[in-house]
Design a protein around this ligand. Structure first.
Ligand code: RTP
Ligand code: MG
Length: 148
């Protein structure tokens, strides 16, 4: 079963969108196996976004992501990585389709509410970066058994 890392970014927390985002993930049928609110420190933020370290938006991005608490989750399910990316919508809210989280709740690229890992390799790295082993759980969703 695939796992991905999802973050409600500081603007999502400050706008009271945690429940809305968690609800969409649960209703889609994905399983949240770890979740916490925490203020991401600078070192962790730099590591998380290191692929963008040479971009002009890197410093403002690190400042924003560390400015206030975020909610981190491990989300599990078949094709969880691709499904979460499509639920989040395009990076730039102007390109995000209505019905996606960014398409429904964001207008600025620098305040786009959510993050989700973009590949299996990234998901593994991000889960290890933001969670310790003891913060993760295992359980079954009631709708998890597929009979065909
Ligand atoms: P994320 O990593 O946050 O889930 O977003 P993403 O994969 O959709 O987009 P990515 O290219 O990884 O960009 C990371 C975050 O950097 C900010 N950004 N600003 N000003 C800009 O042109 C620009 N481009 C990206 C966004 O907050 C984006 O989510
Ligand atoms: Mg990204």
């Amino acid at each position: 079963m695939e796992q991905t890392y999802v973050m409600v970014k500081p603007d999502g927390v400050q706008r009271g969108l945690i429940g809305e985002i968690v609800s969409r993930i649960e209703k889609r049928g994905l399983k949240i196996t770890a979740m916490k609110m925490h203020q991401i420190d600078e070192e962790t933020a730099r590591e998380h976004y290191k692929e963008h370290s040479d971009k002009p938006f890197f410093e403002p991005l690190v400042e924003y992501i560390t400015s206030s608490p975020s909610v981190s989750m491990i989300v599990e399910g078949e094709n969880a990585i691709t499904i979460m990316r499509s639920m989040n919508g395009a990076t730039k809210p102007i390109e995000a389709q209505p019905g996606t989280i960014r398409g429904d709740f964001a207008i600025e690229t620098g305040r786009n509410v959510v993050h989700a890992s973009d590949s299996k390799e990234t998901a593994e790295k991000e889960i290890a970066l933001h969670f310790s082993e003891s913060e993760t759980t295992t359980y079954s969703r009631i709708d998890e058994v597929c009979l065909y």
